[in-house]
Design a protein around this ligand. Structure first.
Ligand code: ATP
Ligand code: MG
Length: 333
């Protein structure tokens, strides 16, 4: 296992109370795997990755039963070791606003060369060669290395950031909304490049892909996790989660989309809104919006139950799934 997280909690103390942005989340990512994490805005996706990457504010309270990368304990690792051993070479990060993170006064290629040289003892020529190859891999002409960020479109800058995230050959690339805000065609081209790149690589990096765009997740991922109000609702192989859905929340999402090919690009569909993360919810966080909830759901926090190999669901009513599927299906027509 490359990354293992058990019972992670990231809570933000605020003047109004404690925001439980991630509240008891477990997930693991294997070598050579694309794990897609989907969930509505505000469910804690970015908080999860900020916690892994040590980018949460100092006052955030982080705890977990386990958080390891390549077997190394991330909870106890000193910052210095994290920077030297994990950052960039082990785990790299692409975020949406990374587009604007390029320094406007330096040529794009030089910025990437510098990032490589900060971690690897390579000559300038070797670095430039590597950057040229990476540019090519993400669909940018190598000559563009000599250009400045303002000469790049948003999509080109995002490609450059993806190239940068690949430059030290990390084992895990975390992508938080990597193509959100870009033109749909540009998005598709970037994702296609990424897939081709992985297909060609002998030892491809794993990807933790985070987005509220369920069609991007469906297209790219080997396994998918559905997150809601700081917790995971369902985790399964990508095909399985859409074909053999268990959780009422996932069913609700799916019900809004006639087929994966016609997926809407946003997770909206379900009446009501997510709970306030300051509230203490002893039971299932989806209860208030769940058409199938019973009283017990309010009192008992559902454990993650394995319903099929690799398929886990946080719901105490999975034995009624056939009925739920039928009722969810009926509503559609
Ligand atoms: P989006 O899809 O909009 O990016 P997200 O799933 O990434 O959403 P987060 O950014 O992780 O969600 O936010 C989760 C919750 O934590 C939200 O309610 C947010 O308002 C809250 N939150 C995030 N950062 C802080 C902070 N520093 N202090 C207090 N609350 C925070
Ligand atoms: Mg986010």
């Amino acid at each position: 296992m490359l990354l293992e997280i058990e019972n992670l909690k990231t809570h933000y103390p605020t003047s109004k109370g404690t925001v439980k942005a991630v509240d008891g989340l477990s997930l693991s990512i294997d070598e050579n795997e694309v794990f897609g994490l989907a969930g509505e805005s505000g469910c804690g996706k970015s908080t999860l990755i900020r916690t892994i990457m040590r980018l949460v504010p100092d006052n955030a309270r982080v705890s977990a039963d386990k958080m390891t990368f390549q077997g190394k304990d991330l909870l106890s690792m000193p910052d210095r070791d994290f920077r030297e051993q994990v950052l960039w070479q082990g785990i790299s990060l692409v975020i949406q606003s990374a587009m604007n993170a390029l320094n406007p006064v330096y040529r794009v290629g030089d910025q990437i060369v510098e990032a490589i040289q900060a971690h690897a003892p390579l000559s300038r020529a070797e670095c430039e060669q590597r950057v040229a190859a990476l540019f090519d891999a993400v669909g940018l002409q190598a000559g563009l290395m000599r250009n400045y960020p303002h000469e790049f479109s948003g999509g080109m800058r995002q490609r450059a950031m993806i190239a940068m995230s690949l430059c030290l050959d990390p084992r895990l690339i975390i992508m938080d909304e990597p193509t959100t805000g870009l033109d749909v065609l540009v998005q598709e081209r970037i994702l296609r490049n990424l897939r081709e790149l992985r297909a060609r690589s002998k030892h491809p990096a794993s990807i933790l892909l985070i987005t509220h765009d369920i069609s991007v997740i469906a297209e790219m991922s080997d396994r998918i996790g559905i997150m809601y109000a700081g917790r995971l609702m369902e985790v399964a192989p990508a095909v399985e989660i859409f074909r053999n859905t268990y959780h009422p929340y996932t069913l609700g999402l799916k019900n809004a989309f006639p087929s994966i090919r016609q997926l809407e690009r946003e997770l909206i569909s379900i009446p009501g809104s997510p709970p306030n993360l300051i509230e203490d919810i002893p039971g299932c966080v989806f209860t208030a919006r769940c058409p199938f909830a019973i009283e017990a759901c309010e009192h008992q926090r559902p454990p993650m139950l394995e319903v099929a190999p690799g398929h886990k669901v946080a719901c105490i009513r999975t034995e009624h799934v056939e009925e739920f599927r039928q009722r969810a299906g009926e509503k559609k027509t």
